[in-house]
Design a protein around this ligand. Structure first.
Ligand SMILES: O=C[C@H](O)[C@H](O)[C@H](O)COP(=O)(O)O
Length: 220
């Protein structure tokens, strides 16, 4: 089985009848959502909370009932992917530009399940450039302030245009050599006025499930 499907289906085991489930974004979360769709088709009763417009469309196509965000108080379990993780389960997320909604949803989640290829694991975060959601207004000032934290910010561009997030913001990808104190760096980034949110998810994940390269499962 494709490793993403393996971990996606494993994560779906956390989903139980009656729960409110945060639905992550990306090519790994896709498989968990597919599996949840199958379970719903077979009678499982849950309500989903999507972390992006793309996931909302996917969930609707699978007939997964969704909760309006204004009605969400707590979420039992959220299943999402990650771009990098360390042994303490700190994460870098936002490779698909969904980090803001993902972090809001993670912040009200009781049990946060991360699914990712084992190759995304590192001893110290920093291999993946940290995606930072910034306001289009004064992006040059914000990127200079991010650079002062020790990275090389690059505005994310697709087809010659700045990538616009679901929240109408831009993404600056900030490559650091190594991130020894993820929570501190995240706080410093968020102290910059033009930063809406950063892609460091420190101390949020309860479990990280990956595939060992031989069809077996690993979990942190
Ligand atoms: O913005 C996107 C999300 O943070 C994704 O969860 C992350 O980029 C991992 O995506 P994938 O599973 O496609 O590698």
């Amino acid at each position: 089985m494709n490793p993403k499907q393996l971990v996606g289906e494993e994560a779906a085991k956390y989903v139980k009848n009656g729960m409110v489930i945060g639905l992550g974004t990306g090519s790994t979360a896709f498989f968990a959502i597919q599996k949840i769709g199958e379970l719903v088709k077979n009678g499982l009763q849950i309500k989903g909370v999507p972390t992006s417009k793309a996931t909302e469309e996917l969930a609707k196509s699978l007939n997964i009932p969704l909760l309006a965000i204004e009605d969400v108080k707590r979420i039992d379990v959220t299943i999402d992917g990650a771009d990098e993780f360390d042994p303490q389960k700190n994460l870098i997320k936002g490779g698909g530009a969904a980090l803001l909604r993902e972090k809001i949803i993670a912040s009200v989640t009781d049990f946060y399940v991360i699914i990712a290829d084992a190759a995304k694991g590192s001893e110290v975060l920093g291999s993946f450039a940290v995606p930072v959601e910034i306001t289009p207004f004064a992006k040059e000032i914000t990127m200079a302030q991010l650079k002062a934290l020790g990275c090389q910010p690059v505005l994310r561009v697709k087809d010659g245009q700045a990538v616009v997030t679901d929240n109408q913001n831009y993404i600056a990808d900030c490559k650091f050599e190594r991130i020894d104190e993820p929570a501190k760096l995240a706080a410093k980034m968020n102290a910059i006025p033009g930063v809406v949110e950063n892609g460091i998810f420190a101390g949020m994940a309860n479990v990280v499930i990956s595939e060992d390269g031989n069809g077996g499962l690993l979990s942190l």
